[in-house]
Design a protein around this ligand. Sequence first.
Ligand code: GDD
Ligand code: MN
Length: 356
Amino acid sequence: MTEVSIILPTYNERENLPLIVEKLQKLMDGHSFEIVIVDDNSSDGTWQIGQELASHYANIQLIRRVNRKGLTSAILEGFLLGKGKYVAVTDADMQHDINLLPQMLEVIADYDMVVGSRYVHQTEVPGWDRARLWISRLGTQMACRLLQQNVTDPLSGFFMLHRDLIHQIAPKLHSDGFKILLEILFQCPNLRVKELPYEFGVRLHGSSKLDTKVMLDFLDLLISRSPLSKFGFQFIRYSIIGASGVAIHLLVLYLLYAQWQWPYALSLLIAIQIALASNYVWNNQWTFGEQRFMKSEWWTGLIRYNLACLLGSTYNLAIGWYLVHHGMNWVFASLLGIMVGISWNYMANQAFTWKK
Ligand code: GDD
Ligand code: MN
């Protein structure tokens, strides 16, 4: 019988994957274990490396997911495929200290879950500046308050649990949600959790896909706890960012038009562009974070976004300009313009900019 299935979610980890696999094979020698690689069709061909590894080792399986992205759903799929008595997950970049795995296996029988935790002792993370560590810790603490669970690292991506348990709760987990551990802790408030401390290391190769999202994760947590969650994460996130865009729009318009008395149409055009740019940044980071554009794609994304919003922006501009021209107060006029623009933009962005 397989004792443990170790899930490795990968996205562009071509250089790291063979290294972690070798290390796991050595480390877990003597245990009955399997490795499940879940790759989201990485553009660097990680899945091909996974295929080679799977044909070389009998205890390795690869799931290549196409047209889908997202860490939570990738891990969940790996868990559900695994046949071990226990299932575990760790990053493929070796930032987690996988040497803990045998120890996790020793204690898991007495608990529901064992979590590798970064913050038990660690006061510095290599490669992170103070701000990032601080943000990450604050988010973590707020999450703990809400959870009413005493877990120091509820955002950890390194943990092990009983396979039965994950099968029980799997249907309740949002696959487009935030961190999977947090979700599990949410769904099962009374889990017996054992934390094992470790030092979060530096990523071996490649770049991080998650970065400073902890605050946004925390917002997600609030959303999921509120009745709003019925409308779906994407729409709620989009609306919150939309609201911030409206505030930015009005602020810029206030400065340019009301304070500095620039022509209304020009002020409006600039306000729309600045609000759009801000919305793009945040939507890319958060609302559509799972499909987000990075590096050079970021600019093509911005262009797509502007194209998708073109009709909405034109309406926005035309309506605002027309109404002000006919004597309406500029705040109301721009709000009306925004309302028409927003509804169009959501549909257009979903269908065009960040299409799956
Ligand atoms: N299949 C799949 N799909 N894998 C993904 C995806 C995805 O959309 N996004 C990321 N991964 C894989 C990466 O290839 C890596 O193996 C692992 O998930 C974690 O991604 P990183 O990009 O290395 O995350 P990080 O180091 O910035 O984030 C760390 O902190 C998070 C909490 O703040 C990690 O420890 C995470 O596990 C942790 O949840
Ligand atoms: Mn990492």
